[in-house]
Design a protein around this ligand. Structure first.
Ligand SMILES: [Zn+2]
Length: 486
């Protein structure tokens, strides 16, 4: 029996918070066992030659929507496979009662076990859930969900409050299947309880509320204006219909209530200069709340001057080239803490309709490294260890997975992505390994692709082929410091 099960030899190891250095990395069982300048090949059962390659911590894609538009079990399998093919080893995915997902509501005491049962045996990547509370009864389940369920992040969608006024057909459908409004008064009660539960568990990690900050009253007015005078560019129209200043407004609304209640907040998918500036403002004004500022691959990689068409409709919208540059500046200077995919697998059939009626969102998890390396490292000089922070250690720390995940130290899970940063390839649907039948990035040439993905010591993706079996992925209870002994 060899001392190590796996040895990654000859590569450069990318350490978050430190930098990149030449090192061999050995794995025993599911964990990193040694990192050293040289480890002899005969000490390991299997050796992967990583000469000329970079060994990153596996990405933690902390914004995902498994099962939003397709059956959850099937979606978990195909889309976690897509993640694995892109060097993503952990997925944190959203779930809410109501329309889409399981198409029903009820107490989490019933819904959550069902969700876990559907998930079991389906994922190729490790996974966890962020949960949306739609009612005051749900809010009362938060402490139980942390203690027993292993869920430490919750979600609120500011722009659903109009969608949810039952009996008002013009405002859309009752998405959340509740007859009570989910307005700012509801948010206030929600935040009070998250803040209370955060206090209960503070020695183990941060219990936080993740917020989709958009203001529906403004969207209603500005959409009307754009519909009267469309420009002919669908994505620009969509951006004008949901202008950056309504994100800015929503961030300030949320932050004021968060400050009053003491609720930790994650500001999701900031798409524009105004949104990031608002995030920065509230972080400086209320430093004790420790706001997380999240960016997405599509807001960093796409702008509405590209010829993408309405399939790239997403909330918040794809913005201008100037906004994209501002987002990159904010990634480079550390204002944006995490980069995520906001992956929601859709097909052209699911996205049927016109610009205003078609469903928002699309997938892109497998482009985590190609986009960050092409647009960040090659074009803008973003150091590789910063890419490891944005894609892995920061989301792991912010969402209570650290040091089990997002960590390159001995005894941490051996979750790794071995990346060829010089490999250039065109994006095709087959390279993405997804059930989606289009991609806004299709046809782009990107430079920096994963060659191997390793999850808890097992190779699950190897030289363009998925070799892991769906079902290998485990549910990770958070905070890991509460639920795991070491
Ligand atoms: Zn999302």
């Amino acid at each position: 029996m060899a001392e190590y099960d796996l040895l990654i030899k000859g590569g450069s190891v990318v350490f978050p918070d430190q930098g990149t250095r030449r090192a061999d990395l050995a794995v025993r069982g599911e964990r990193i066992a040694a990192v050293s300048e040289t480890i002899a090949a005969n000490r390991a059962e299997r050796v992967i030659d990583a000469s000329g390659k970079y060994v990153f911590p596996g990405a933690v894609d902390s914004h995902f929507h498994v099962g939003i538009y397709r059956p959850l079990k099937e979606d978990a399998t195909t889309e976690s496979t897509s993640a694995a093919s892109g060097g993503v080893t952990t997925i944190l995915t959203y779930f809410r009662p109501g329309k889409n997902y399981l198409n029903k509501t009820g107490p989490y005491k019933e819904l959550f076990p069902e969700l876990l049962q559907l998930s079991e045996g389906s994922y190729l990547a490790d996974y966890g859930y962020h949960l949306t509370m739609n009612t005051e009864d749900h809010i009362r389940e938060i402490e139980w969900l942390v203690r027993e369920g292993g869920v430490s992040t919750f979600k609120y969608y500011m722009f659903y409050k109009l969608l949810n006024l039952s009996g008002s057909a013009s405002e859309g459908t009752n998405y959340l299947m509740t007859d009570k409004p989910v307005d700012l008064g509801f948010l206030y009660k929600y935040m009070k309880e998250v803040a209370r539960v955060n206090d209960v568990f503070k020695e183990f990690g941060k219990i936080a509320l993740s917020i989709h900050c958009e203001n529906p009253e403004i969207i209603r007015a500005t959409t009307g204006e754009v519909q009267e005078k469309p420009s002919g560019n669908p994505l620009k129209d969509y951006s004008d219909a949901r202008p950056p200043w309504e994100e800015e407004l929503a961030i300030h609304e949320a932050a004021i209530i968060a400050n009053h209640t003491g609720c930790p907040v994650n500001l999701l998918h900031l798409s524009s200069q105004k949104a990031v500036e608002a995030g920065k403002d509230v972080s400086l004004r209320y430093p004790r709340l420790g706001f997380l500022l999240e960016g997405t691959l599509h807001h960093l990689g796409l702008s509405h001057d590209m010829d993408l068409g309405r399939l790239a409709k997403v909330n918040p919208p794809i913005r201008s080239r100037e906004d994209v540059e501002y987002l990159w500046k904010s990634v480079l200077d550390g204002t944006i803490h995490t980069v995520v995919s906001d992956h929601a697998c859709v097909t052209k059939e699911i996205k049927k309709g016109d610009l205003w009626t078609s469903l928002p969102g699309f997938g892109g998890t497998s482009l985590m490294f190609p986009i960050l390396i092409t647009e960040g490292y090659h074009k803008r000089g973003l150091p590789l260890h910063r890419i490891a922070e944005l894609s892995s250690s920061n989301p792991a720390k912010c969402h209570n997975l650290f040091p089990k995940k997002g960590c390159m130290m001995v005894r941490c899970d051996a979750d790794l992505a071995i990346v060829d940063i010089e490999k250039e390839k065109e994006v095709t649907l087959s390279t993405l390994c997804t059930a989606q039948d289009f991609s806004p990035e299709e046809g782009m040439r990107l430079k920096g692709w994963p060659e191997y993905t390793i999850l808890r010591g097992q190779v699950i993706f190897e030289k363009g082929r998925v070799v892991g079996k769906p079902g290998y992925g485990q549910f990770i209870k958070r905070p890991v410091k509460l639920h795991y002994n070491e």
